[in-house]
Design a protein around this ligand. Structure first.
Ligand code: 13P
Length: 287
């Protein structure tokens, strides 16, 4: 069964740990993350960007695959299926398809429009028992063709959006999707502390979890971050494991070309990455 992310994130915020959101791209990815969550007795959030949803065939296909895996693999830890950086239209489609959690990324709209659209979605999500994530201050880097400059959020605007009744809030604090450039200035803990003070108990979300040094992750959690998104790191470990397999010529040995064998190293690599993150975020044994 899919659950809203509300309880798991409120517990994480109160307990000073974070739940990982791991983005999914296909069946192997999803199975690897669900099994790792179960093995580590950790709550988990599966993130789906609009692009990944389209790639997997559509939102109904995603819901069917995730629900089927939860049932067939006997996954009993809390799992939320979450739209990542959704447009207003995408959010409505995912709600209809059966997602249990939605992110509406209205950060590129003027604040008034972000507020109006978020308000409408708060009502729908509340009525249906779904969790809703809002964003203030864009996250840097490129995601599905949308390029953000990585500005820091205005704590006052964060409070305005938080007061609308969203479940969790992503505030830009100098974080970037994808790999961090060598001259990256690091996270703005000053912004994070100011936002945290304004929004009180609301769980905060840290996007761009790939490549943030461990000490910064821990400090961010101590300042109220309760959900951390990881995508690129799983992609990199999957790609590297697959490349090694092919470079060693294993795809040409025996039945090595069988997709179940070809994708196995990447599957194991994602499991290892997810386990490492769950340990770092402190969500092991918190299901
Ligand atoms: P990374 O790709 O940098 O891990 O960021 C993931 C993310 O924030 C998804 O919303």
């Amino acid at each position: 069964m899919l659950v809203s992310a509300k309880d798991m994130l409120n517990k994480a915020k109160a307990g000073k740990y974070a739940v990982g959101q791991f983005n999914i791209n296909n069946l192997e990815w999803t199975k690897a993350i669900l099994l790792t969550a179960q093995e580590n007795n950790s709550p988990v959030i599966l993130g789906v960007s609009e692009g990944a949803g389209k790639y997997m065939g559509g939102y109904h296909a995603v819901v069917g695959m995730v629900k089927g895996l939860i049932q067939d693999l006997n996954i009993t830890v809390p799992v939320a299926l979450h739209l990542d950086h959704g447009s207003f239209e995408g959010a409505k489609k995912c709600i209809e398809a059966g997602f249990s959690s939605i992110m509406f990324d209205g950060s590129h709209y003027p604040i008034e429009e972000n507020i109006a659209k978020t308000t409408e979605l708060v009502k729908t999500c509340n009525d249906l028992g779904l969790s809703l994530e809002a964003e203030v201050g864009s996250i840097g880097g490129e995601e599905d063709g949308v390029v953000g400059a990585g500005e820091c959020a205005d704590p006052e605007e964060c409070k305005q959006i938080a007061d609308l009744g969203v479940t969790m809030l992503a505030a830009g604090i100098g974080n970037i999707h994808g790999k961090y450039p060598a001259n990256w200035a690091g996270l703005s803990f000053e912004t994070l502390a100011a936002v945290s003070e304004k929004v009180g108990a609301m769980p905060l979300v840290l996007h761009g979890g790939t490549g943030i040094p461990e000490d910064m992750i821990k400090k961010a959690i101590s300042l109220g971050v309760a959900k951390i998104n990881v995508n690129t790191e799983c992609q990199l470990s999957f790609a590297e494991a697959t490349r090694k397999y092919i470079e060693a010529g294993k795809d040409l040995e025996g039945k090595g070309f069988d997709p179940r064998k070809l994708l196995a190293p990447g599957f194991e690599a994602i499991k290892a990455t997810v386990k490492e993150k769950m340990e770092l975020f402190g969500s092991v044994n918190k299901a």
